[in-house]
Write a protein that binds this ligand. Structure first.
Ligand code: PLP
Length: 463
């Protein structure tokens, strides 16, 4: 029995039809895929790009706003939006202009410019934390914040929630199984034991949180305010406040990673729910899709960071390697784009457009589930909404995972792609951007309606 209530055999019949349709519809993508296999490992520039639902990669020609166009000339409404990297639409005009302005003025110098100062001021005003650093990706931000957290607390254990994702940071690649911390499956080349310094506990479990912190060895809890990477899992009322109170009680820091949940509010869930973290991380959309990450810290952290750095530098001639920073971090192009994005794109008006659309989409998912009498549910937060193959929204990463039906999800995604709609791969998440329209939302709902109707028309589909 699958969690989705749909027969695997019916899913395979449905998926086979869609794979054939894709191959017939996309001859140029098919030819490029054949060529790519000769020079790119796995036929793609980054191996996970081969993990989509399509039988070969869909090659993109261009993208703008809520749309992209493939090399075969098809237009798509994009609800994936680069998995948040382009949460405010593809190539927003102010960011495109910023790129053009900076293009001939130097892309990277290892020195700050006025843009850096303006960005620091804008970030402090928006998110409420006084001090900021700029990195190349959210992964980097999380990695560096973790180093700082260990340095300032003198403790080594990182606490995370089971099913989390915070980028390719080694220390977070752990799961919780039967109360024990274990390695996440699928890791390649993992040489050392991650469970030595990382602990994973279930989300929304205050008792497990307190027990993990009470050991006294935790430097920080690194978390999203709502889980978004194992399907969406919302915090129960008061859970995030408990995270704040209990970390304080046991001398651990609270690191909030809003790389995805920044779609909720202009100040993230942190501002909306008054979470008061020690460190705050955002990446992906912060410079409008140009690689960039940021992290902010409280005044107390800044002081403690300075002290720990001074002691670390005692025997390294004042310029020792901190283990943080990449050469292109905070480069001039990224800073100019972040400034344009913060000032002109990532605005209150943008959120006011996106949020009601996501609500319309979530309501549309709910009405489809009711119409087809499925035991599925919908989870929504800010500009994101997701349908999940379980009767009520999951409370933990494990519950979200139990609702996975990978083949069904892939088949539905492929059906949508074949009809000009893209949603986020690996789960059923959708994101609305400032260029998304009500018509786009309704188009996704009616196309998904077609997918479910076609699937259920296959004899024996409903279990
Ligand atoms: C919550 C969260 N943090 C960090 C990251 C890492 O972002 P990046 O891959 O841009 O480094 C991700 C990526 O999906 C994420 O979902």
């Amino acid at each position: 029995m699958t969690a989705s209530g749909i027969s695997p055999a019916a899913v395979e019949t449905f998926a086979a039809r869609e794979r054939a349709r894709f191959l017939e519809r996309n001859p140029k993508s098919v030819r490029l895929a054949e060529r790519a296999r000769k020079s790119l490992y796995a036929g793609v520039p980054m191996h996970w790009m081969a993990d989509w639902s399509t039988p070969c990669p869909l090659f993109v020609e261009r993208a703008k706003g809520a749309r992209f166009y493939d090399v075969d000339g098809h237009e798509y409404i994009d609800f994936c939006l680069g998995d948040t990297g382009t949460m405010f639409g593809h190539s927003p005009d102010p960011v495109a202009k910023a790129i053009a302005e900076q293009a001939n003025n130097g892309l990277t110098t290892m020195l700050p410019g006025e843009d850096a100062v303006v960005c620091g001021e804008l970030l402090a005003a928006r998110f409420g934390l006084p001090y900021w650093q700029v990195t190349a990706t959210a992964t980097d931000s999380n990695r560096y914040v973790l180093r700082w957290a260990r340095a300032v607390t003198g403790k080594n254990t990182l606490l995370v929630f089971d099913g989390c994702y915070h980028g390719t940071v080694d220390d977070v690649m752990v799961r919780c199984r039967d109360g024990a911390t274990v390695h996440r499956s699928g890791l390649v080349g993992q040489a050392y034991d991650l469970t030595e310094h990382s602990r994973a506990i279930p989300f929304n479990d205050v008792a497990a949180l307190e027990a993990a912190l009470a050991k006294g060895d935790v430097c920080a809890l690194l978390c999203e305010p709502a889980m978004t990477n194992i399907g969406m899992v919302l915090p129960e009322p008061g859970f995030m406040q408990q995270c704040r109170e209990l970390t304080r009680k046991y001398g651990a820091l609270l690191i909030i990673d809003e790389t995805h949940t920044i779609s909720t509010n202009i100040g993230g869930c942190t501002k909306l729910w008054n979470l008061d973290p020690d460190f705050f991380v955002v990446g992906k959309p912060i410079a409008g899709g140009v690689p960039c990450g940021i992290f902010g810290c409280s005044a107390e952290m800044a002081e403690r960071m300075a002290a720990s750095r001074k002691s670390a530098q005692q025997d390294s001639h004042g310029h020792g390697h901190s283990g943080m920073g990449t050469t292109l971090s905070a480069n001039a192009l990224a800073m100019h784009c972040m400034r344009a994005n913060l000032e002109q794109v990532m605005t209150q008006a943008a959120y006011e457009h996106m949020l009601p659309l996501a609500k319309r989409l979530a309501d549309g998912f709910r009405s489809l589930i009711a119409k087809h009498n499925l035991k599925w549910s919908v989870t929504e937060l800010g500009a994101r909404s997701e349908f999940q193959f379980c009767p009520v929204s999951p409370r933990t990463g494990a519950e979200a995972e139990a609702a996975f039906h990978d083949e069904l999800q892939m088949a539905i995604h492929l059906y949508l792609i074949n009809r000009g709609i893209l949603i986020t791969p690996f789960h059923n998440m959708t994101l609305c951007c400032p260029s998304t329209s009500e018509h786009d939302v309704d188009q996704l709902i009616s196309t998904l309606d077609g997918a479910i109707s076609d699937l259920l028309a296959i004899p024996g589909a409903r279990l």
